[in-house]
Design a protein around this ligand. Sequence first.
Ligand code: PEP
Ligand code: MG
Length: 889
Amino acid sequence: MNKHVFMFDDTDANGKELLGGKGANLAEMTRIGLPVPYGFTISTKACNAFYEAGEQLPADVKEQVDTALEKLEKTTGKGLGDRENPLLVSVRSGAVFSMPGMMDTVLNLGMNDETVVSMAELTGEPRFAYDSYRRFIQMFSDVVLGVDSEKFERKIETHKQLHGFSADPDLSASDWKTLIKQFQTIVEQETGRAFPQDPCEQMILAIQAVFGSWNNDRAQLYRKWHGIPGHLGTAVNIQSMVFGNTGNDSGTGVAFSRNPSTGESKLYGEYLINAQGEDVVAGIRTPQAIETLRDSMPDVYQTFAETCRRLENHYRDMQDIEFTIERGKLFILQTRNGKRTAEASVRIAVDMHEEEILTKDEALMRVDPEQLGQLLHRRIDETSSFEVLAKGLPASPGAATGKVVFSADDAEDKKAAGVPVILVRPETTPDDIHGIIAAEAVVTTRGGMTSHAAVVARGMGKACISGCSDVSIDLANKTFSVGSTEVSYLETVTINGGTGELMLGELTMADPELSDEFHRLLAWADDRKHLGIRTNSDTPDDAARALAFGAEGIGLCRTEHMFMDPERIPVVREMILALTSADRQQALDRLLPMQADDFRGIFETMGSRPVTIRLLDPPLHEFLPDKEELIKETAQLEITDPASNELKTKKELLREVRRLDESNPMLGHRGCRLAMVYPEIYAMQVEAIMHAAIDRAADGAAVRPEIMIPLVGHVNELKAMRRLVKESADRVLNETGEYVAYTIGTMIEVPRAALTADAIAAEADFFSFGTNDLTQTTFGYSRDDAENKFLQRYIDDETLADNPFMVLDSEGVGELVKIGVEKGRSVKEQLKTGICGEHGGETSSIAFCHAQRLDYISCSPYRVPLARLAAAQAAVVEQTGAAKEKINV
Ligand code: PEP
Ligand code: MG
């Protein structure tokens, strides 16, 4: 029989995969002797068994739950449903990767009409007992029986109004008793049966509901956003209850062992006195900062601070710890590696290495390369003048501008219409997850630094202000006000999540400031990685930005972007429309100095670093006006001015546009095929490159141009192009009497090139895998259309695990890369190889390139830091077998 249920102190209770993150940590904490309320975990495998059995708990799991319950009762000396000494438990989800608030929880399970009486007697606090019972009915009915919680809330509201109470604590035991009766009637009306009194039945139903919540909408959405596979399942943890709501010597809170926003090494958290578990996370009451506990309960604070240190040392990572104080005694309810912002991630990794907790390799593995992008974004220019409208807690850093919306659905709708939005809510709940995904940033008027909005936003790298109590929201009229200033729906605001400030309008932004820790971590990465990191840049500005981020050269300069300059387009058109070679040459002669200027600028920025320049690639009609527009314009002129010269010119243009038009331009007359027919185009580009290189060399720079031919499919194409490039380059060298070394290479971006890479290598000094086109031509999916037409569907229904235009398809496209490298090197051992498709900036694709021993990857400037770290991680994983960590999921 498979073991599905594990006591917290079972010696074989092991591993996150089986016990979920929470279960594994509860077992671990129990083992090291921390004050953890006792309990047991039902494994993630049982969750899969539950689904296989048609969403029923299989008999063997039930049996094991019974046995575990007996042990729990024996250890605690209490009994589930026991009138003398009732055991109450919490039933909580706990997946392998934490998914805060996405799944369901039931607290105070075990309460019924009888145990509530004995609880009131035992504790001497009838108010507390009846309050707990009504909370249980409310939660259980919502989560397990599907009764809308609002129905209960309305009863409470009515009762309060009737008796003139303003807040829940004003209600006495007998008020709660009355409400409990009303609640039970609601349950009967809504479900057709009485509220279940048998605690064993309550438990089985609750376990099933928590397993069932693995597949609720918000959990699915959260998994999709974080790339968590659906087959993992959740575990369920049953834990005996401790109460933070038994008076002013009790409380409950959440704390991080370091600051999850900045990474500062200082205990960071908050708590509520006389409150129960979910109150803090739900963000309904704004809690107190943890430091104040030092004054109110010095002994508890002392023990807690020591426990946090112990946990951090044990797990060797920043911990996110939930605790409860019951009548002055501290209990730890859960610990996990805390979610953190990119800034905190980097600082914690670097600090922990400095503190000798982590090795350099471990520190490198601790930061998710994908997170680094968050640090490169622009921030509010503090030197510009702006007025702060409201200030809340700096829950998640970053600057964001957007239009105000007040509901998650509005956020989603507006985002779909291309409008950036800031979601402003009293607080967020897990049901708002789609709105948080859609929004640029979130502002809540209630809740603390560990509220739902704060935790989720930090995990997603979005800016967030919580507890912004200056703001008062009028949801019905879709406005908020701060003093006398009213801000309405879709008005633009800017927020600074790092300071908690909210401003009206759009503010001036400035370049990012990169921390010392960022530079230190990436310097370690550079020492560790094997892959060279280059950038795809077409302008001196882009190149300079990439250099600042640590690029070592340019791996792809797409020259067509230089042709698109509005000043040049007329000359480019003349070149395209020329009827004779001589006319074409005239236009090219005018383009040459412009191109030479472009290259001069790039060489100047890049100094002696390698610069790969790709000759013209796209079909020529991309430089002509849009056909449909032209047809419309000619038709109009036929009516308004049929004899005009303009009409004549437009008609000629239209004829040319039609002549160049292709059914499949991506597979058409583009890449080297252009220069096979019009060699003078590439000749001009090569001359421009060489002139620029010579000018720079004359200034003493050791320029290194690498001339790259696109879309080669047959070696004969490359032979012809190599001859052309060489003749053109050498002509310039001979004419000027100068010498600059240059190399000639090719892109490998159609399958035939990869399959015949040995023949091609004989003509190439280097290969650069153009995996955008190689993916298009290997799958036969159009780069331009696939995503909108069917690819998203393939990803949603898991026909494909990933979008192959983003994540390199290692089995198909990757196999061609592998063949290309092997065949190429079989002819030229030292053949330089790189990749310059979008995949060069994606973590797992970079690991693939590392494994194939490519010399470099090339990616857009903003991906360069990611690539440096991902390349280092690939080297660490290969050498040490270290597992990649996913901290923020
Ligand atoms: C490629 O195809 O991967 C490539 C880098 O070239 P482009 O995207 O310009 O076609
Ligand atoms: Mg290409």
